[in-house]
Design a protein around this ligand. Structure first.
Ligand SMILES: [Mg+2]
Length: 476
């Protein structure tokens, strides 16, 4: 460091200068060291996560300005922990240093390889499309890691799992989000057997995050009491008897209006929310049924339950509690409907739960029958009293011979097992008559009644009469 001062006479004239030189080498070295500590990993000398963040932001800016895709590669060594455990940390560190060197040799000019910590690394590869082939580049990176390592502790075979994502994407994404995506893809590479690379699927992610949005909105909606229960009658077409009412959930969305379950329930299938909704529906409909009992109505209820609800512990205890609380409800007036297609997935288990819950005195129904595997074994294993033929077959039965054949087959399968068969989706008098001719007396559908709010049910029940052709139908 140089400092120059002027020496002046009494009159103020500069007479000479004094130059003061100081050696600040050590200060500079210290400063550089601090900078290095802040931006580089001490073991491997690779950029650390702070410098990575800086480089990634720069690369993203470049990529979006020049519309040149950039790849972010998350690298995790397979079985690195075993090296540390079996040979000690010193050997482990040596492996990490060689890994860093190998990757540095493989990456191209302008790429960054950084160490996140442990055995996790990130490569940022700008202008990825200028590299011969992306996949070849990823494979080269992967191959550099599978070569054996020679250390004082011995020779190791190593491999790594790589997860890759690209930028830009159709959605706005942050650097953090990109690293998370690459991490998720890396995790998938691990699940699929390690020593491979997996490219993050943004379309699948968007779809699932769409579900995420629905779920969080729905949670909010539940707190705001936006869910409604509608009730759809199920009748005997020949006698006009009301056999029961199916509870159907609707979402009174503040902006989108009244939503059918198809618009929101699929998002909840793999989420704990589906159990919460099922519990809510069951409890609310118990309240409603008690209300009807108090008003002198003797309705039967059919309630849809998800297989996830059956699988979760505590369903038996939950129902016992409700029956103790809502004492007016007759247990055999409650039927739980289970989707046939979902019950198939774990037949033995679902069958055991049904058997257990049946001890409470409630009944079971197989919903949407015909859409799954519909085997005889299925009918045998599940002690359900009722089978509901899926609406898709009923709707088509008047013009589509194969739908008619399926309905006939379901009736033929269910009868020997003593199951009641209910046809869903009966939209006209003609459909009902055709079903009666096949021997199916129970039905549900718009020709009988649409799902309605609870206060309308009693009035409907008072006034409803089956079509004359249904009443007059006689079996020969
Ligand atoms: Mg149903």
């Amino acid at each position: 460091m140089a400092a120059i001062s002027a020496i002046k006479s009494r009159e103020g004239k500069t007479q000479s200068y004094v130059l003061l030189l100081t050696d600040i080498t050590r200060q500079k070295q210290h400063q550089a060291e601090l900078e290095k500590i802040a931006h580089y990993d001490m073991l491997t000398n690779l950029p650390n996560r702070y410098l990575l963040d800086e480089r990634l932001r720069d690369a993203m800016e470049y990529a979006s300005h020049h519309n040149e895709p950039l790849a972010i590669i998350y690298i995790d060594l397979d079985g690195f922990k075993a090296v540390n455990d079996n040979y000690g940390h010193q050997t482990g560190d040596m492996v990490l240093v060689s890994i860093a060197r190998r990757m540095t040799n493989v990456i191209e000019e302008g790429d960054t390889v950084a160490r996140l910590g442990g055995d996790e690394f990130i490569v940022v590869a700008p202008r990825i499309h200028q590299k011969n082939s992306h996949h070849e580049y990823f494979a080269r990176l992967l191959n550099s890691l599978v070569q054996p390592f020679h250390c004082s502790g011995g020779v190791f075979d190593m491999s790594a799992s790589l997860g890759i994502t690209y930028y830009p994407q159709s959605d706005e994404v942050t650097p953090d989000r990109l690293i998370r995506q690459a991490d998720m893809a890396m995790y998938e590479a691990k699940i699929h057997g390690k020593n491979r690379f997996v490219i993050f699927d943004t379309k699948k992610d968007l779809y699932q995050r769409g579900f995420g949005r629905i779920i969080s909105e729905l949670k909010h909606g539940m707190n705001n009491r936006e869910l409604r229960l509608f009730y759809q009658p199920k009748v005997n077409m020949r006698s006009g008897e009301l056999a029961g009412v199916e509870v159907l959930v609707r979402w009174q969305h503040p902006e989108k209006g009244l939503l059918l379950p198809a618009h929101f329930l699929p998002a909840t299938v793999d989420d704990a929310l589906s159990v919460i909704i099922d519990n809510w529906v069951i409890e609310q409909s118990f309240k409603q049924l008690t209300q009807w009992c108090n008003d002198g109505h003797n309705f039967h209820l059919s309630i849809n339950v998800s297989v996830k609800r059956l699988e979760e512990d505590g369903f038996y205890a939950f129902l016992s509690r409700l029956f103790n609380e809502y004492t007016k409800i007759k247990r055999d007036h409650i039927t739980f409907e289970i989707l046939e297609s979902s019950a198939v997935a774990d037949l033995e288990y679902v069958s055991s739960v049904i058997t257990e819950i049946s001890r409470l005195g409630v009944k079971f129904s197989l919903d949407d029958f015909g859409t799954g595997f519909s085997t005889l074994n299925f009918l045998k294993k599940l002690s359900a009293e009722e089978v509901k033929i899926d609406r898709s077959f009923v709707r088509g039965m008047l013009d589509d011979e194969s739908d008619l054949i399926i309905i006939r087959a379901v009736l033929g399968m269910a009868a020997p097992f003593g199951k009641r068969v209910v046809a869903e989706g009966v939209e006209s008098e003609a459909h009902g008559l055709a079903l009666l001719r096949l021997g199916c007396e129970y039905a549900q559908g718009y020709a009988i009644a649409k799902p309605m709010p609870p206060e309308k049910l009693a009035v409907w029940h008072e006034s409803w009469r089956p079509f004359q052709s249904w009443l007059q139908f006689k079996h020969y």
